[in-house]
Design a protein around this ligand. Structure first.
Ligand code: MCN
Ligand code: SMO
Length: 776
């Protein structure tokens, strides 16, 4: 079957995205639709003394006191020491970051709503502002939340005994690393449109989300409605990247206003709202001590990790997801004997921290990969050799690492070797010397990681998450015309899941993709799903579709066998028909018999119908692990600090590849975002907590001119624990670029006595490191 698993084919979604017929929240037209704008806090931390509405507009402006029945967003955790935050969708008593919603204004157009918002007068009494974790944690620091003893959402730890490692180490590496705060900047911002459907007696909400079923649960909870009274529909979604998997205050206020005003209400996030109030992520600090012997073999690692998680805990993932993942993932793909680590999820006066592609791992991979290179420099060995020495060896698979992660299949050192071969590491010294003769400075860098995907319930539970099951369901149906319908509550956001789950069905049912209709992301039409995040879609939704398709295929053969007057096991399902030898009945004939001519079938036909819903989870509950090595060659202009990426290769293994074309795209897009993390992107706050990067002129994204021509290689080590051996991969390519690029930059800087340990590695940071080394 040319459109089944393994087919390199374009996305079904592409046509509508390219010809402009896709429907995003902002495209929806409805009679009587009004638009919303928000009065947002101009201060980072303040008490609200009063809110004054302009005369004549009282009915179009809502504060939290007006929104009777609307509760706060409370992200719960099962971890005992977790501090919970109440995030009121419109601020109550206090504001805790610049951009926090204070009042909602509605009008026939966004412009009018914004004018009304401008006229609202908010009287604020400033409080101490925390923009750095150090000040938030200082003794006597002003607390963000009532009843808290300090500004910590949570601390976690691993505490292996490091005595032996300390005793046997001949090399001790101490480093401090930091990663900047970032925004996701999907092409389409967030948006939500809601109306009350009188006939269905339901609040219907179109929202740009990765997780429609979860949002339905959250909206119902906060608005005090029954699940049955809420229907959430994710229309086309123009990129999610993690930002669109949390419950947003605006979704709740749009829902409340639509219910109480009796008309459709929409909010469409603008770029400034996104960059300031929307999606903050990735801000980590590390203090690391690594113990190694004089071959560069790692003996132990001791780490402190601070994550600046902002003012509120996001629903449902909490403010602690990032630090919990950071602590568990720092050892990465390495075979490490002893590990101690403490993590701190620190509350500051910035927007709440949302998951972003890679969740914590771009930070820990950066920290770990720089540490590996620092060890290599200290022992005078090639960083690639030290990496390959320490990576979990293929012969040790499956392998349980020091934080309890179960690495299912693969050969990590081999991936590093392949990446080195692709980038021709052997000849690099020669290239570097030749360039040096021309006054050019080249460096090479590597970065290896594992990507946990398809986490099971136990993994989510270990992070304290109560609402995030590790399973998935899907419905597959043979329609009366002989085509197939696939229904999944998961969502396609650009990653191509709409196409790849159809490929799975195509494989089982032997039907071309053009005959398979996929419906996703509508809670009214699909079985419960927790959605597209944590690189789970392909394994989980794909697995559920696989299971349901297999069962449907079995039932189709029963009907086909009856029509062919033979036994089911004498039949074969291929080319859109059931065959017995040369004789066949098409899926259409079978479907018509079932739906329209049941008189052709015996009464006791051994099947319960042509609609099959199945639930699925992998046979292991701890996730399956994709892995890769990235390698980069850069040129650094040591006079200006400018970095050019001359070559960039990715060697990856995500088990069975469902659609290699989509996977190429996943690698390009993820690596582009990772390069943004490594070299460009930084949300900057001044000491008063004012965001200074509120436009795309200040918040720098890499564009085509800054990106290299990525070269990709792969192997396939199928997981024995998932259907078809599939592993997830959606986040992976975003994880490694900072490690590879900064190691390459440091390869240039090392002879100058300089080193970069903070990202983004901007020209300013690079020159500062060079000048500091000269002055030292
Ligand atoms: N795939 C495949 N074969 C595999 C694994 C995956 O063909 N063995 C394809 C599938 O089409 C799958 C996609 O690659 O949908 C990504 O794989 P998976 O790891 O299953 O991730 P999800 O489908 O759950 O998508 C979410 C994931 C995450 S968590 C982020 S963040 C991210 C990412 O995908 N957001 C994206 N990639 C993105 N790509 C785009 N264009 N837009 C986003 O918002
Ligand atoms: S950050 Mo991806 O949605 O797990």
């Amino acid at each position: 079957m040319t459109t089944g698993i393994g087919a390199r084919i374009p996305r079904k979604e592409d046509a509508r995205h390219l010809n402009g017929t896709a429907q995003f929240v902002g495209d929806i037209k409805m009679p009587h639709l009004w638009e919303a704008a928000y009065v947002r806090s101009p201060l980072a931390h303040a008490k609200i003394k009063s809110i004054t509405k302009p005369n004549g507009f009282e009915d179009q402006i809502f504060t939290i006191d007006d929104m009777v029945g609307l509760g706060p967003i409370v992200a719960q955790s099962t971890l005992a020491t977790y501090n919970q935050s109440d995030h009121w969708p419109l601020a109550k008593d206090k504001v805790r970051f610049v951009g926090e919603c204070i009042a909602m204004c509605v009008a026939p157009t966004r412009a009018e709503a914004e004018d009304i918002a401008e006229a609202v007068i908010v009287d604020l009494d400033p409080l101490d502002v925390h923009v750095r974790v150090e000040t938030a944690l200082a003794p006597g620091a002003e607390k963000l939340h009532a009843g808290w003893d300090n500004n910590l959402f949570l601390t976690t730890q691993f505490d292996n005994d490091l005595t032996e490692a300390r005793k046997n180490a001949t090399v001790i590496i101490e480093r401090e690393y930091s990663t900047a705060r970032q925004c996701m900047t999907p092409m389409e911002g967030k948006g939500a449109l809601a109306y009350w459907d009188g006939k269905a007696e339901q609040l219907v909400m179109y929202t740009s989300t990765q997780v429609p079923h979860l949002i339905r649960t959250g909206v119902a909870e906060c608005l005090g409605l029954d699940q049955g009274e809420v229907r959430v529909i994710a229309p086309d979604v123009g990129g999610g990247f993690g930002y669109k998997c949390v419950l947003q205050p605006e979704e709740l206020t749009v829902g409340w206003a639509a219910t109480h005003l009796g008309r459709p209400i929409r909010w469409t996030e603008d770029r400034r709202e996104h960059l300031t109030a929307g999606a903050n992520t990735r801000e980590h600090k590390y203090k690391i001590t690594a113990y190694a012997d004089d071959t560069g073999r790692l003996l132990g690692l001791d780490a402190d990790i601070w994550v600046d998680v902002g003012a509120y805990s996001v629903w449902p993932f909490t403010a602690c997801l990032e630090a919990a993942q950071a602590g568990g993932n720092l050892p990465g793909p390495y075979d490490l004997g002893a590990y101690a680590c403490r993590t701190y999820s620190v509350a500051t006066n910035k927007p709440g921290f949302t998951p972003y592609r890679g969740v914590a791992r771009p930070g820990v991979c950066f920290a770990m990969e720089l540490t590996i290179d620092a060890i290599a420099r200290a022992v005078g060995r090639d960083p690639l050799d030290v990496r390959r020495l320490n990576l979990v060896q293929g012969a040790k698979m499956p392998y349980t690492n020091v934080t309890g992660k179960f690495y299912d299949t693969g050969d990590y050192p081999e991936a590093a070797r392949q990446a080195a071969e692709m980038i021709d590491a052997k000849s690099f010294a020669k290239r570097k010397a030749a360039a040096a003769k021309e006054g050019r400075h080249l460096g090479i860098g590597f970065s290896s990681f594992t990507e946990q995907s398809a986490h099971g319930t136990k993994v989510f539970a270990s992070w304290g998450l109560a609402l995030v099951p590790g399973y998935e369901q899907a419905m597959v149906k043979l329609a009366p015309t002989g085509s197939v319908e696939v229904k999944s509550g998961n969502q396609t956001t650009g990653q191509g899941l709409e196409t790849t789950i159809a490929q799975v069905a195509s494989d089982w049912l032997s039907l071309d993709l053009s005959r398979i209709k996929v419906t996703m992301g509508d809670t009214g039409m699909t079985p419960y799903s927790t959605g597209a995040y944590a690189s789970r879609g392909m394994v989980m939704a794909g697995g559920a579709v696989s299971k349901a398709s297999e069962e449907l295929a079995r039932r189709i053969r029963i009907l086909g066998a009856h029509l062919l007057q033979c036994k089911p096991d004498e039949t074969e399902l291929k080319d859109g028909a059931v065959f017995k030898g040369a004789a066949s009945v098409s899926l259409k004939q079978i479907a018509q018999a079932w739906y329209l001519r049941p008189d052709l079938l015996p009464d006791d036909i051994e099947t319960t119908g042509m609609e099959v819903t199945e639930g699925y989870k992998p046979t292991i509950d701890t996730g399956v692990f994709t892995y890769a090595t990235h390698a980069a060659v850069v040129e650094v202009d040591i006079e200006t600090g400018k970095v050019d990426i001359l070559d960039y290769v990715i060697f990856e293994d995500c088990g069975t590849r469902v659609n290699p074309l989509i996977l190429d795209g996943q690698s390009y897009g993820g690596a582009a975002q990772g390069i943004g993390t490594a070299l460009f992107e930084e949300v900057i706050y001044d000491s008063a907590g004012q965001p200074l990067t509120s436009t795309l002129a200040d918040y720098i994204l890499p564009g085509p001119a800054e990106l290299p021509r990525f070269r990709l290689g792969h192997s396939e080590s199928p997981s024995p624990y998932t259907r078809h051996g599939i592993k997830g991969v959606g986040e992976g390519a975003a994880i490694a670029p900072s490690g590879a690029l900064v190691n390459a930059i440091n390869d240039v800087l090392a002879p100058l006595g300089a080193e970069i340990n903070s990202i983004p590695a901007t020209p300013h940071r690079i020159l500062t490191a060079i000048f500091d080394a000269r002055d030292a």
